[in-house]
Design a protein around this ligand. Sequence first.
Ligand SMILES: [Zn+2]
Length: 116
Amino acid sequence: MSSASYVTLKVPKDFEKSIDVVRNIFLRKGIENMPPNLKKYLNSKHCPLCNKKMDNQKAKLIYRCHECGISKPVIDIDTSSIDDSLPLVGGKGTLVGLGIYALAKVLGEINNERRT
Ligand SMILES: [Zn+2]
């Protein structure tokens, strides 16, 4: 049994359709056929905001940064095949988590550009 806890989010139906569109692309192509930059992003274990190594103590389902609180679904693309793409990226919550992580990554890059 998972030790991850859940909340209910209310999203517009159009967003749910977008999740289905993206999920279907993942399922049709398989993780192993994703572009290298996306594979690197999916496999990342570092916080996009503070670059600390993230921890995955929540039943190995979620990486979490203890410095700033950002979290990301655990996706091990090295051991994934097209057959197990569904549980890895098929869940709507997983795709929401990846989307937020992607947004945080862009924000982290903006922050790093300002520091240099
Ligand atoms: Zn962080």
